[in-house]
Design a protein around this ligand. Structure first.
Ligand SMILES: NC(=O)c1ccc[n+]([C@@H]2O[C@H](COP(=O)([O-])OP(=O)(O)OC[C@H]3O[C@@H](n4cnc5c(N)ncnc54)[C@H](O)[C@@H]3O)[C@@H](O)[C@H]2O)c1
Ligand SMILES: [Zn+2]
Ligand SMILES: [Zn+2]
Length: 349
């Protein structure tokens, strides 16, 4: 089969690799009908995250059709149209039972093979899904493949980010970063009842999308977010900051914008060695700092009704649709925000 594979920094190849096979009785094989490039793939692309083997199939956002199942798979059948969270989960361990499916003791992240161990990704014609019964979800009626793909990662992540910010209708909130994840976070914050949401980025097209989804936008390259938010809060700072960038500068900004006793909710994957603020600063702000991977398998179930309601034009985040064979170009466009690229959808050739 063909897949987009990692080779080295800024070197993604479209090449032929071995077809995935059922390795364990709980596995399924999914024929990918739609996949996408995530901001998290860029950490690998830029080699800010290191360790993955050359030739690993990239990607963790996909939806498609079950074409083969192991003998222990009971819930899913060949022909089922399914979506997948970006990590696998068993559905039974302590973490799965408390809804922290991203920390399942058996979890594997798609698109991460290290020293021969791990799981190939979904930017491919086919993907092997371990623990298929508990990992995959049939795409419910009224939800498209593209929406299913968003549920598996960024939509769930945006809502998780908002949920962690413990939003109250009277509060003032800020979302840092208006990439696909930040945009979904704005929707999540609105759905949690936030009435005042500032959104910060420096890319005009992304700020325009943030405004479309209901945020008050701040171009961080031309205005001071700190001044605007302090002006709006009698100089306190925002009640909650949702950080969806994944950089030291963004976390630092979050710290500068949050009020004493406020919450920073970080879903950005920051590959820095140290936090962007000191223990003393955190102490002096009585800060609550929540950070981590989204438990997408648990979130996506809860978000099905929201997607079925069709209130938000969620798939408008896909600025470009390319063929899988054009994925190398897709990475370059997304990484460099060429042609106002916001998110790349990849469809089978
Ligand atoms: N926690 C999770 O489970 C999870 C899931 C998905 C993605 N992520 C992470 O979320 C982050 C965002 O993903 P994405 O797909 O939206 O990526 P993206 O790279 O498209 O978006 C990041 C945005 O942040 C903006 N930005 C950069 N520096 C900034 C700053 N200092 N202040 C304000 N804005 C700034 C950029 O202009 C861009 O629009 C990534 O780090 C990704 O790895 C985490
Ligand atoms: Zn992702
Ligand atoms: Zn588990």
């Amino acid at each position: 089969m063909h897949a987009l594979t990692f080779h080295r920094k800024h070197q993604i190849h479209y090449e032929s690799i071995a077809d995935p096979k059922i390795l364990f009785p709980a596995d399924a094989i999914v024929k990918v009908k739609a996949c996408a490039i995530c901001g998290s793939d860029l950490h690998v692309y830029h080699e800010n995250e290191k360790g993955i083997d050359t030739g690993t199939a990239m990607g963790h956002e996909f939806a498609g059709e079950v074409v083969d199942i192991g003998k222990d798979v009971r819930i899913h059948r060949k022909g089922d149209v399914v979506m997948s969270p970006f990590t696998t989960s068993c559905g039974q361990c302590y973490y799965c039972r408390i809804g922290l499916t991203c920390r399942c003791i058996h979890n594997q992240l798609y698109g991460w093979v290290e020293n021969g161990n791990g799981l190939h990704g979904g930017q491919a014609e086919y993907v092997r899904v371990p623990l298929a019964d508990s990992t995959l979800m049939k795409i419910p009626e009224g939800i498209s493949l593209k929406e299913g793909l968003l549920l598996g990662d960024i939509l769930s992540t945006g809502f998780f980010c908002a949920q962690q910010a413990e939003i109250k209708p009277t509060g003032v909130y800020a979302v840092i970063g208006c990439g696909p994840v930040g945009l979904m976070t704005i929707i999540g914050a609105r759905e949690s009842g936030a009435e005042k949401i500032y959104a910060i980025d420096s890319v005009p097209a992304r700020l325009a999308m943030a405004a479309k989804f209901g945020a008050m936008t701040i171009d961080g390259s031309t205005s001071s977010a700190r001044e605007i938010i302090h002006d709006a809060t009698e100089d306190r700072g925002a009640d909650g900051i949702m950080e969806a960038v994944g950089s030291r500068a963004a976390v630092r900004l979050a710290m500068d914008l949050v009020r004493p006793g406020g919450i920073i909710s970080s879903v950005g994957v920051c590959t820095d060695q140290h936090l962007a603020f000191s223990p003393t600063e955190a102490y002096n702000k009585n800060l609550t700092y929540k950070i981590g991977r989204c438990p997408a398998r648990a979130m996506m179930e809860k978000l099905v009704p929201l997607v079925q309601r069709q209130q938000y034009d969620l798939t408008s985040v896909f600025s470009h649709a390319l063929k899988l064979s054009e994925g190398v170009e897709g990475y370059d466009m997304f990484a460099n925000k060429r042609d106002n690229c916001l998110k790349v959808l990849l469809l089978p050739d």
